[in-house]
Design a protein around this ligand. Sequence first.
Ligand code: VAL
Length: 199
Amino acid sequence: HVSTTIHARFPVVRTAAPALEGATVVIWTTTPWTMPGNRAVAYGDEIDYAVVEVTAVAENSLAKVGEKLVCAAALLDDFKAQAKIEAVSELARLKGAGLAGTVCAHPLRGHGYDYDVPMLAADFATDETGTGFVHIAPGHGADDFELGREHGLEIPQTVADDGSFYDHVPLFAGMNVLEDNMKIAAILRDHGGIVARGK
Ligand code: VAL
């Protein structure tokens, strides 16, 4: 089957860090089908994150001029290349520890995913791949499950034994997580949830 990776948008809705007001946290995942099970975003306390405003994009980019994005400083060039962002202006830089207490919205807020997505410190977040943030789906990964349990997050059950989404999963009910990854990514894109797509 065809695989795809995505960079997804988590708009900041509440924060104690003025630099993050109106900004959007970007996560990278190889498993778009885990997005309905997302309940948190993890960061590393010691990682340097950059808040940038997008100032120029290629014609086929999903990024928008004027949006404020947050990404690990060490991964910014890599992210810009993948998102076909041609230029940014850096607005601020902060350590992950400065993100404590920040709450985001899910990329599909307004479409059945209207819960708070807290930002949580986790030592498994690194600035070696992706964006330095980890999308946390407590029902889909061991680290995710543990972090979810530590913080009392819901452990959502989204996928049945046959690999199809349960009927209660908004937008994706009945789709198959192995066969429909491209379709799942396309739905995320059509709702403005993703800022880049790769292989
Ligand atoms: N945390 C993983 C990821 O970012 C999964 C297990 C949700 O893709």
